[in-house]
Design a protein around this ligand. Structure first.
Ligand SMILES: [Zn+2]
Ligand SMILES: [Zn+2]
Ligand SMILES: [Zn+2]
Ligand SMILES: [Zn+2]
Length: 497
């Protein structure tokens, strides 16, 4: 059965801009449910569509849930108006006195207390999830039309861990502080479905910090080697093709943040979070597990990677050499030992590298290097700090790992290139800063989309064309608070005098 995207968007208001919705359609399959397929061939870097979040929530306490500005929600009149029906505040609580158990008629809790209590319920766990749930309950109580739309939206969504979410719903109802947020007519089955639907389908909002439900993007199938990337600008999501896509091909996204995890861990995480066993090319053995890199016995320059096609085989990507069975077993034993007690310092990483078995690209070593590289980068302010800490060398190693392990076109490469460019600004090496801002920009053009449509790309384009020359300028470009800039300026002045 085929459902054209137009009927879909008509039913649930227009979420995709009309101009771009002709690139995709919804297809209902027997085995995988709804999927999104291309209606024409799409080129790499092409923006497929942009859509607005149906509901979203920030994970920053200082951002008001309703206005999304930095002010206290408890003093916001819009919060009071929006949630009056949910008995969080305001006087209009009479309609909720039915079916809300022993809870008092008027809430004695502030909005902040309610959202905190809700985010502490196991299965909700996060402030942004608590807020999106509160918004859904508000939508339910707004009008009959809004309620019908909410119900049909969630009827279509996939739901993982439904049992756990049902018990989560029961916990909310039994909680004196929270029972009042459940509108009359909402049974635990529906509440559980809302929680599960949000947990399974929300996307991260990168710049605001939070998550949102995007009704079209959430239909995309998962793949650990996806053909699409999503990026967000405030509450707008952009779906972009990262490689050429044929007409009729299913659009795929990486649901997890598992871009540097070994296959076994990734499979478990996807199963736990989304309730399915991934059979994508990276999980079924077509593509080797790049996160577990051993040194090829023939050359210390070469990486041997595990090909999981039966029988599993470690093979060098440099010369094709296959590790002998006994070598393979010995290496895996050593790997298991390091997994028991992962390295935590540069010294420990060096010791492991001297064994000439695990390469620095191995996730156990990369995890440690990556954490230290970020830690030191955030602590170093002056060029002198960076030089003393050998930050450049460390980041060269990190970039090598990223380039060896991630797919050729990957969103996280933008982040790493941009961070390295910032370090070069601190080091005062403006040519290198320009080089890495340019790499970030070119990757963004390919993974996020052209700057006309995508603010992220546009920002990087201007950084590449005109890299900041001082740390203060760098901070200004990244819109840090004026207080931080003042302190930085003072610091730089003190160096000059
Ligand atoms: Zn507000
Ligand atoms: Zn996979
Ligand atoms: Zn080799
Ligand atoms: Zn060889």
């Amino acid at each position: 059965m085929y459902v054209n995207i137009y009927s879909y968007v008509n039913k649930y208001t227009l979420y995709i801009s009309v101009m771009m919705s002709s690139n995709v359609k919804v297809e209902c399959t027997d085995d995988k449910g709804r999927i999104l397929v291309a209606t024409k061939s799409l080129s790499a870097g092409q923006v497929i569509f942009q859509e607005e979040a149906y509901v979203f929530g920030s994970w920053h306490k200082f951002r008001c849930l309703v206005c999304d500005e930095a002010h206290d929600p408890d003093t916001c009149t819009r919060v009071e108006e929006s949630f009056a029906n949910l008995r969080i505040s305001g006087d209009d609580c009479t309609r909720n006195s039915v079916g809300s158990g022993s809870a008092q008629k008027k809430s004695k809790y502030t909005y902040s207390e309610i959202e905190d209590a809700l985010s502490e319920i196991e299965g909700i766990d996060e402030l942004d999830r608590a807020r999106t749930l509160l918004k859904c309950l508000r939508i339910y109580s707004t009008s009959e039309d809004e309620k019908d739309r909410l119900l049909s939206v969630f009827e279509e969504l996939t739901t993982a861990n439904l049992d756990k979410c049902m018990s989560c719903a029961a916990q909310i109802r039994e909680n004196d502080m929270l029972a009042g947020i459940i509108p009359p007519g909402v049974a635990d089955t529906l509440l559980g479905k809302l929680i599960s639907g949000l947990n399974t389908n929300c996307h991260t909002l990168e710049d605001i910090g939070g998550s949102g439900l995007f009704l079209s993007a959430c239909i995309c199938e998962h793949s650990c080697v996806p053909n699409c990337n999503f990026s967000t600008n405030r509450t707008t999501l952009t779906l972009t093709a990262v490689r050429p896509i044929k007409e009729g091909e299913s659009l795929t996204l990486d649901y997890g943040e598992n871009y540097y995890r070994p296959t076994e861990e990734r499979l478990i995480d996807l199963q736990d979070s989304y309730g399915f066993v991934c059979t994508c090319p990276a999980c079924n053995g077509e593509v080797p597990d790049k996160s577990r890199a051993f040194e090829c016995p023939k050359s210390s320059e070469h990486l041997a990677q595990k090909h999981t096609v039966f029988p599993p085989q470690w093979k060098c990507i440099g010369c094709g050499h296959q590790l002998a069975k006994e070598v393979q077993e010995r290496y895996e034993q050593i790997e298991a030992r390091h997994k028991e007690d992962p390295p935590e310092s540069l010294e420990e990483v060096k010791n492991i590298l001297e064994e000439k078995i695990l390469k620095k690209e191995h996730y156990l070593l990369f995890d440690c290097l990556d954490a230290i590289a970020h830690q030191i980068a955030s602590e170093c302010v002056s060029a002198q700090d960076c030089i003393e800490q050998e930050l450049e060398l460390l980041w060269i190693a990190i970039i090598e790992c990223i380039e060896a392990t991630l797919p050729e076109f990957h969103f996280n490469k933008i982040i790493y290139y941009e961070q390295f460019a910032q370090i070069y600004v601190k080091l005062g090496d403006l040519d290198k800063a320009k080089e890495f801002f340019t790499k970030a920009y070119e990757m963004a053009e390919r993974v996020v989309g052209k700057s006309e449509l995508c603010p992220t790309t546009k920002d990087l384009e201007s950084l590449a064309a005109n890299p900041p020359k001082t740390v203060a300028e760098l901070m200004r470009k990244y819109q840090n608070t004026s207080k931080e800039i003042e302190e930085q300026l003072k610091f730089e002045e003190s160096l000059q005098s």
